[in-house]
Design a protein around this ligand. Sequence first.
Ligand SMILES: N[C@@H](CCC(=O)N[C@@H](CS)C(=O)NCC(=O)O)C(=O)O
Length: 202
Amino acid sequence: MRLIASLTSPYARKIRVLLHEKGLPFALIPDNPHEPANMVSQHNPLGKVPALIADDGRAWFDSPVIAEYLETLAAAPYFLPADRLAAVEVKQVEALADGITDAGVLVLLEARRPAAQQSEAWRARHWGKVEHGLAALDTAIAGRDWFVGSGMTLADIAVGCMWGWLNFRFPQADLASRYPALAAWGAMLLARPAFVQTQPPA
Ligand SMILES: N[C@@H](CCC(=O)N[C@@H](CS)C(=O)NCC(=O)O)C(=O)O
């Protein structure tokens, strides 16, 4: 398998963590989707990383879809529960984590526009989604080891990648002190080898 990814993408990290946790061999193909001559657009019409080229040559994109595809392979452990309602609960947490990242990306990109074109209302609207999402996750994980059920699922991996990325991109927000349950849980999760091996470059 080949994974087209940027080394800082939290969506791509989700897939890299899954591949590591499952022990699936893959070639990492670094790509910058913002470069006109990027590679990922040949495999994902949306031009976004990650994209996975499976062993049969099929290309899969959008990290939730790639994660589901990996669950179809004979590669334990599995990170979506067999129980269908529990699997939907996992996907709900994944959607929340990805949605927080989506909002954080908008805030980051806004800050990179010329100062005169930036909108404080836009920034506040999207940062509000980040804060509301984190508050919900902080409440959900308090007193628990995992978001859904009694073992690690895709929900935990998605939240871990989002949490790592937000702290990487917004260190000044001091999120750890305001979301202590998430911070304590995240510190444990991000110490796993699959997360250590996929840390964004400094
Ligand atoms: N929903 C997508 C989001 C992927 C995404 O937005 N990736 C960013 C990098 S972190 C990207 O490729 N951006 C390039 C662009 O938007 O043109 C997923 O989960 O895979």
